[in-house]
Design a protein around this ligand. Structure first.
Ligand code: CA
Ligand code: CA
Ligand code: CA
Ligand code: CA
Length: 369
């Protein structure tokens, strides 16, 4: 479970190829989809590009617009100075991150002028590091573009109840970054609300004679959180869960496979936690058959199991004394409970079989009449 209260917030920006525009609309490269920072620890996002262009000459004194952007929103619960150091995951001086801060209490349709920004290019400015951010020693509130500045501007003076939008933008280079929060507001705990409570749930495993099972994801919601005010959605990967993009349907059908499901638990204030759990379904042989000629369950295995067995392999069936009574091709109809045409008595019988992956399975089943 991702719950951290330390001053390090890792954000990994993953720039993937576009899939479709409908999906991009929900990505946090636009103000309205800003990721709310709470107790969130590691974040990753598929955001790439800039969605709607929301920076323009006049919106900031750093002379830049959006290139590859990620919008974050912070709600302040502790007063003090607040800064950060943005550390690109690549130390290459050509990797250039910029940022812009709007607020306090700006709205997406009326952002106003950025109150902090830095568009210094570390290579053009002759810097030795590509880190950028805000600290308590810098005095100017904006710098850039290009060779102007040293990539650090004055930290914010934040008060309880304030909210700010932070636009992280990457005009040059590739790769993700992490944010390390600094300033007096971070002393003794982060100045952001704590994340929503979400319970981990155990992995769920089913074995069925058809090898398939349909899980109802809604059934897990109560176990994850009993708070009726939280919104719980399920996703195929952590990145989609963070972006709140491409939620899974309410049912997941698996056939002899396992899948990790990511649940995003979001509180009304936008804080979220992401937990994950595994769903798995295994094939198992039928436990009985009734070879009385009534057309119901007359052959063992009852289900068609050929797709789970190694091609051209055999199922060997033994009686309780270990005597081989039948060898079935994996593709055959099954055993009718006879040996040389003579019906065998009600009893437990044993089998050996080889699954698709080469795994040997042994077990037993009941012949009932
Ligand atoms: Ca945008
Ligand atoms: Ca920069
Ligand atoms: Ca500076
Ligand atoms: Ca029968």
């Amino acid at each position: 479970m991702l719950k951290t209260q330390n001053a390090l917030l890792f954000i990994l920006l993953v720039f993937l190829s576009k899939t479709n525009f409908g999906q991009e609309n929900s990505l946090p490269n636009d103000c309205v989809n800003a990721i709310v920072l709470c107790g969130n620890g590691k974040l990753s996002s598929n955001a790439q590009g800039f969605g709607t262009q929301e920076l323009f000459p006049g919106s900031n004194s750093c002379f830049s617009d959006e290139n590859n952007s990620l919008w974050l929103k912070i709600d302040i619960v502790k007063s003090g100075t607040l800064g950060f150091t943005l550390k690109p995951s690549s130390t290459d001086i050509m990797v250039d991150y910029d940022f812009f801060i709007f607020g306090p209490n700006a709205s997406c349709n009326d952002l106003g002028q950025a109150i902090r920004c830095s568009t210094t290019n570390p290579d053009a400015a002759g810097l030795t590091s590509n880190h950028t951010g805000m600290n308590d020693t810098a005095t100017e509130t904006s710098e850039g573009p290009g060779p102007d500045g040293d990539s650090f501007v004055k930290s914010l003076d934040v008060s309880v109840g304030d909210s700010y939008y932070i636009v992280i933008d990457r005009p040059h280079g590739d790769g993700g970054f992490e944010l390390e929060w600094t300033g007096t507001a971070t002393q003794g705990g982060m100045p952001f609300p704590t994340g929503v409570e979400a319970n981990n749930i155990p992995d769920q495993h089913k074995s069925t004679t058809t090898g398939s099972y349909t899980f109802l994801l809604n059934d897990f919601k109560r176990e994850i959180s009993t708070d009726p005010n939280v919104d719980i959605r399920f996703f195929e990967n952590e990145t989609d869960a963070i972006d709140n993009a491409n939620p899974l349907p309410e049912t997941i059908s698996l056939i002899a496979e396992s899948k990790t499901i990511y649940a995003r638990v979001t509180s009304p204030n936008g804080c979220f936690e992401i937990i994950n759990f595994k769903l798995s379904v295994a094939f198992e042989f039928d436990k009985f058959f009734t070879p009385n000629g009534d057309g119901i369950n007359d052959f063992w295995p009852i289900e068609n199991v050929s797709s789970f067995l190694l091609n051209n392999s055999y199922i060997s069936i033994f009686d309780r004394y270990g005597k081989l009574v039948k060898q079935l091709r994996a593709t055959s109809l099954g055993w009718d409970g006879t040996i040389n045409g003579n019906p065998l008595p009600e009893a437990d019988y044993w089998f050996h079989a080889t699954l698709k992956d080469g795994k040997e399975v042994k077990g037993h089943f009941a012949l009932k009449r």
